[in-house]
Design a protein around this ligand. Structure first.
Ligand SMILES: Cc1cc2nc3c(=O)[nH]c(=O)nc-3n(C[C@H](O)[C@H](O)[C@H](O)COP(=O)(O)O)c2cc1C
Length: 392
């Protein structure tokens, strides 16, 4: 059963990005400054390209909220693209200047992008028609929607955080037990790379500088976690209700995220079963507890009350300054793929988008479990549910 849904619209250099988020209960306080903080966090990070220096993302709330409180209907908001001022002759939804559009046309598809596959599918000969929507600029809209969900989750004591584990070959040293939510508590949001351990920050910056000098790019890995999640979200009864599957799908929908591991998902494949699972214990004060959290808070597609831990693996940015080998779609001649202003790496930003996607999935599963049209009703249902858990 689904409660929340959201749709985004808009192109990278179009007038703005739009989000419609449906399903939040009435009476939730919307803190615009938190929303704009999340949007700003997505823009930061050492290794970003020129675009992020132009944009100053801020949400303009346009529907579903009155006087700072949700009304229970669909919420709409917009994030302006400042760069549209320059791109209007090329990207106006109403009328474009054919000469300007020709100068900005993309006919040499960039490997690792949607350019060629999208052009073939949608029969577009200017691959800008694909690039503009496939661009990760769209993720600003997701971050705004996720931020609203984060406000709901925070109301019920659920926090979501992320931190960078590695950039290219530079990895943060991990404690013996591997990843945990406590690694995320120490992430310095104002640091250039949002690493879980800043002792490798200088090495990572050196590697990014080298990438920039060589016209090359880097990916990395990020831990996204949630704490305070009650047991019982998601379900084992149907394939598409399994929350592990839904979280993985949401994370893989982030541009350039190519693999996801839940808890010790990858490491467990190389272990004996006796070293891979989390024993069940009971104490009268805390109820059921676990000495470890290798499952990352999910068993059988249901939250088990432990922290949710998700590691995302991001491929290196696909646009290289010197252009990878490609073919011009008009002449069919070999060419270098066109260069479009680009990041060297965007791993720290990817973590912020991961937080938003986790917030969207968890808020949906939370509301599906509790039901309720108003925040008060959700709270009553949540308390009854938690009382039943304690009495189990
Ligand atoms: C925050 C963020 C910023 C990105 N910035 C760029 C960029 O500047 N240049 C680029 O080529 N790809 C960038 N990407 C990755 C592309 O959007 C992505 O690789 C492309 O759309 C193809 O999708 P896929 O990698 O999921 O197949 C970025 C991804 C994220 C998450």
């Amino acid at each position: 059963m689904r409660r929340l849904s959201f749709t985004t619209a808009g192109e990278s250099h179009g007038p703005n990005l739009t989000v419609i988020l449906s399903g939040l209960p009435a009476g939730l306080k919307v803190q615009t400054e938190l929303l704009n903080d999340d949007l700003a966090r997505r823009q930061h990070g050492y290794g970003r390209g020129g675009r992020m220096k132009i944009e100053r993302d801020a949400a303009v709330l346009t529907g579903g909220i009155r006087g700072g409180e949700t009304l229970g209907g669909p919420i709409s908001l917009e994030v302006q693209n400042r760069d549209f001022a320059v791109w209007e002759p090329v990207m106006s939804p109403v009328r474009i200047d054919p000469d300007a559009a020709r100068k900005r046309a993309l006919t040499s598809p960039r490997p690792g992008h949607a350019d060629l596959a999208g052009g073939l599918k949608y029969r577009r000969r200017d691959l800008r028609d694909i690039l503009e929507r496939a661009s990760a600029r769209e993720s600003a809209a997701r971050v705004a929607a996720g931020s609203l969900c984060r406000m709901l989750l925070l109301h019920f004591g659920i926090q979501i955080r992320s931190g960078v584990l590695s950039i290219g070959s530079v990895r943060c040293p991990l404690p013996k037990g591997g990843v945990s939510f406590s690694l995320l508590s120490d992430v310095d949001e104002s640091s250039p790379l949002r690493l879980v351990d800043r002792t490798v920050e200088a090495d990572a910056i050196r590697l990014i500088d080298l990438g920039f000098k060589e016209g090359d790019t880097l990916g990395g890995s990020i831990l996204v976690g949630a704490r305070g999640v009650p047991p019982g979200l998601g379900s084992h009864v149907a394939w598409d209700e399994k929350l592990d599957g839904r979280i993985a799908q949401a994370m893989l929908s982030i541009p350039s995220v190519k693999a996801v591991s839940l808890g010790d998902g990858i490491e467990n494949a190389f272990r004996f079963g006796s070293e891979a699972h989390d024993a069940i214990e009971f104490d009268p004060r805390h109820g059921f507890t676990r000495p470890t959290n290798r499952a990352g808070g999910l068993e059988g597609g249901i939250t088990n009350g432990q922290d949710i831990l998700v590691t995302l693996f991001q491929k290196p940015i696909s646009t290289l300054r010197n252009g990878l080998p490609s073919v011009d779609i008009e002449t069919k001649e070999p060419v270098r793929a066109q260069y479009e202003r680009s990041d060297v790496t965007a791993v720290p930003a990817c973590g912020v988008i991961g937080e938003a996607m986790l917030a969207l999935i968890l808020a949906d599963a939370f509301l599906a479990k509790t039901g309720g049209d108003s925040l008060e009703e959700v709270a009553e249902n949540y308390q009854a549910f938690m009382a039943a858990q304690r009495a189990y």
